[in-house]
Design a protein around this ligand. Structure first.
Ligand code: ADP
Ligand code: MG
Length: 252
């Protein structure tokens, strides 16, 4: 057994290619327990690919991924089950099942892992919906929810298994500023009420300032910057100041 550490997630020298493209070229990242790390980076830079490795949806070509000290890089599907229970993911597209009510969507992970007690399911769903302020919406179909409500329903489904960690992939993308603000507040609320550890992928600086304890910037397949929010804002690195100000280098 490895020594206990204050980091819930430790990634070392993570390397991945897709086709002949080098997507991740030695990513190192620590995520301290209970903290929210915002992961910034250009579109197409490999942020979603990185998150997929943390729940075993992709296996690294090389490198190490430890969750609570346990190496997960080479676990098989069955061995990954308890790991996936520890980590909830809010996918970029929300991915609710259109043919199921909000209740059935949120209950899905419980049923999938074999929970049969309807009373337990009802109580857990009610608690998760309350945490995302969607109480009373159980019988609605996803098509009848606003964009922000769909995100919150997907978030309720991500937290129903009481994960130690939540991964958010661009949770505010495509939402208006007010709805984005409710999602940011929710991310903070879940951190304080459930004491979850989070990684939030975003390129929204307002969101970053609101929710981040630490910030990492993924650039050209590596972590170019990793520090506190204050360190980010006091950085004189032009790559960082440009990113904060939203200046592009994609078309020079
Ligand atoms: N399933 C896939 N098949 C082919 N290429 C992919 C696949 N997933 C991601 N990529 C490529 O990997 C790169 C990184 O993608 P992604 O992690 O989605 O970027 P980001 O989330 O930072 O915008 C992109 O060039 C993307 O086209
Ligand atoms: Mg992405």
């Amino acid at each position: 057994m490895s020594a206990p550490t204050s980091n819930l997630i430790e990634v070392r020298n993570l390397y991945q290619t897709i086709g002949n493209q080098e997507i991740l070229r030695g990513v190192d990242l620590d995520v301290p327990r209970g903290e929210t790390v915002v992961l910034l980076g250009q579109s197409g830079g490999g942020k979603s690919v990185f998150l997929r490795h943390l729940i075993g949806l992709m296996r690294p070509l090389s490198g190490s991924i430890k969750i609570e000290g346990e190496e997960i890089a080479h676990l098989d599907e069955r061995q990954l089950e308890p790991v996936r229970r520890k980590i909830g993911m809010l996918f970029q597209d929300g991915a609710l099942f259109d043919s199921m009510t909000v209740f059935e969507n949120v209950a899905f992970p419980l049923r999938e892992r074999g929970e049969r007690d309807e009373k337990i399911i009802r109580n857990k769903v009610a608690y998760a919906l309350e945490l995302v302020s969607l109480q009373g919406q159980e019988q609605k179909m996803p098509v009848n929810l606003s964009g922000g409500m769909r995100k919150r329903a997907a978030l309720a489904r991500a937290i129903i298994s009481e994960p130690a960690c939540i991964l958010y992939d661009e949770p505010t993308a495509g939402l208006d500023p007010i709805v984005s603000d409710t999602i940011n507040r929710l991310i903070r609320r879940l951190q304080s009420q459930l004491r979850v550890t989070s990684i939030v992928v975003t390129h929204d600086m307002i969101s970053t300032d609101h929710i981040a304890d630490r910030v990492a910037l993924l650039r050209e397949g590596r972590i170019h910057f990793d520090g506190t929010l204050n360190q980010l804002h006091s950085s004189s690195d032009p790559l960082i100041t440009d990113f904060i100000k939203g200046r592009s280098h994609e078309i020079d």
